[in-house]
Design a protein around this ligand. Structure first.
Ligand SMILES: [Zn+2]
Length: 146
């Protein structure tokens, strides 16, 4: 069987051009990640100061009314979900910055292929290419249902 024809002669030049491009892309993405990380941390702190992260059981029992209690529990669930989302965001940004520092950034965690720039620009903390992310979400969805 014959191997496919080699890539064009200028593949090497293109690679150099891409490396320059890569550096500027990475600088932009690092800035975006820093910004997102700060935003998420600030929001998280604001929520935690409001006592959102304290479970209802841990609060002083001053709500005698059952209806009040239900409302308090519901409010807790809402802000708890927000705290969880923010904490996930913080750790995703931290992991992405970690990968940047170790020059492992931009490769899909599952298939190892480079994640396309447009996807990274839209979601700097993305750990997977679109296909693997879909597969991953399908898996965790199934797990959540089990
Ligand atoms: Zn992938």
């Amino acid at each position: 069987m014959e191997l496919p024809a080699r890539a064009g002669q200028n593949a090497h030049d293109m690679e150099i051009a891409m490396n320059v491009d890569t550096q500027s892309h990475l600088a932009i993405l690092r800035g975006m990640l820093d910004f997102e990380l700060n935003e998420a941390r600030t929001e998280l702190r604001a929520l935690q100061i409001n006592g959102a992260s304290v479970p209802p059981e841990g609060r002083p029992r001053e709500v005698a009314d059952r209806k009040d209690e239900a409302e308090a529990a519901q409010a807790f669930e809402v802000s708890d979900a927000a705290v969880e989302r923010l904490m996930r965001e913080v750790s995703q940004c931290e992991r992405a910055l970690d990968r940047l520092a170790q020059e492992r950034y931009g490769d899909c965690a599952d298939c190892g292929e480079p994640i396309p720039w447009p996807r990274l620009m839209a979601q700097p903390a993305a750990e997977r290419c679109a296909d693997c992310q879909r597969a991953f979400e399908g898996r965790s969805h199934c797990l959540a249902q089990a």
